[in-house]
Write a protein that binds this ligand. Structure first.
Ligand SMILES: [Zn+2]
Ligand SMILES: [Zn+2]
Length: 125
């Protein structure tokens, strides 16, 4: 059986990306899901890319991989400090200009902006 999208042979033992996802391979499905912004798939796809298993990195959050500049870090830390104090001052993303949003979920703090540059999470705080 082959992937309906790329034709790759499915469920090959030596090919981690060939897992059968309902008739399509994980290589194709993972890429599509990552591009759609589905976080668990994006994380997995990124991990595979880092391991050299996946040839190209898919998904919008590629932005996240760019190192932040000193100015970016300043902006982010200021926004975070405001959030911790319960203030909502205008701390805007240096790329897209949208506000940097923070949200506490359990022990993690999720933060995001429109372009994804400041999208991510702080854990265990
Ligand atoms: Zn495929
Ligand atoms: Zn942004």
């Amino acid at each position: 059986m082959n992937c309906r999208i790329c034709g790759r042979s499915l469920n090959q033992e030596n090919d981690l990306l060939s897992i059968n996802c309902g008739g399509d391979c994980w290589s194709c499905i993972g890429e599509i899901e990552a591009q759609m912004g589905y976080d668990p798939s994006f994380e997995k796809v990124s991990g595979e890319f880092e391991l050299g298993v996946r040839p190209n990195l898919a998904g919008e959050k590629v932005n996240k991989m760019e190192p932040l500049t000193e100015k970016d870090k300043e902006v982010f830390l200021a926004a975070w400090a405001n959030f911790e104090r319960g203030e909502t001052k205008d701390c805007k993303c240096t790329s897209c200009g949208s506000l940097i949003f923070f949200e506490r979920r359990g022990t993690a703090i999720l933060h995001h902006c429109s372009c994804g540059k400041f999208t991510g999470s702080l854990r265990g705080l």
